[in-house]
Design a binder for this molecule. Structure first.
Ligand SMILES: N[C@@H](CCC(=O)N[C@@H](CS)C(=O)NCC(=O)O)C(=O)O
Length: 204
């Protein structure tokens, strides 16, 4: 198997963390989706990373699909096969993916020439992020995990989203949600997080 992606993409990092957590044999190919000579559009018509090329040359894309596929390769699966726990985890994943989308959209907007930037769009994305962090903090218990009594893809994706927020939209969300900050410190101390942290992303 080969995983294509950049070192800084949080969507790619989700797959890299899962590969490390489950010790799966998978080559990592660094590829920039934005480069003119990028191999990515030939693999994924959407032109986005991550892309996973299987041993039979079948191609999977979109990080939720890749994460679930990788998780299915080796028991025990981190995602429950059925029942309430499964839907809890999938909802957390959808929320965290939405936070990533908002942070990326905000970043791209902020990189446009000042005269072309939309203050409305910046504010809208920042509101999505603030509401989502509030939502997470409100539902966070006292234990180390979001769902059940073990590490699940919910913890993985929410922690990736919070670290990416620190990386690309640094602001004092810990002041508002100190317990969420403590929770993140626990998850992000895992070797899978340490080993996949991109250059320039400091652990808080
Ligand atoms: N929903 C996709 C989002 C992936 C994504 O947006 N990747 C970015 C890198 S962070 C990308 O490849 N962007 C290139 C583009 O949008 O053309 C996923 O979860 O895999």
């Amino acid at each position: 198997m080969r995983l294509y992606g950049s070192l800084t993409s949080p969507y790619v990092r989700k797959a890299r963390i899962l590969i490390r957590e489950k010790n799966l044999p998978c080559e990592f190919v660094v590829a920039d989706a934005w480069a003119a000579d990028s191999p990515i559009p030939a693999l994924n018509p959407l032109g986005k990373v991550p892309v996973l090329v299987l041993d039979n040359n079948e191609v999977l894309f979109d990080s939720p699909v890749i994460v679930e596929y990788l998780d299915s390769l080796q028991a025990p699966a981190l995602l429950a096969a059925a029942g309430g726990e499964r839907w809890d985890v999938l909802r957390w994943e959808a929320l965290a993916d939405g936070v990533l989308d908002a942070v990326v959209t905000r970043l791209l907007e902020s990189r446009r020439p000042a005269a072309q930037q939309s203050a409305d769009n910046l504010r809208r994305q920042e509101e999505k992020i603030a509401r989502s962090l509030e939502y997470i903090a409100r539902r966070l218990g006292n234990g180390p995990w979001l769902v059940a009594d073990r590490f699940t893809p919910a913890d993985l994706v929410v922690a990736v989203a919070l670290e990416y927020t620190d990386f690309r939209y640094p602001h004092d969300w810990r002041g508002r949600h100190p317990r969420l900050g403590q929770w993140l410190a626990g998850v992000s101390a895992r070797p899978s997080f340490i080993e996949t942290r991109p250059p320039g992303m400091e652990k808080k």
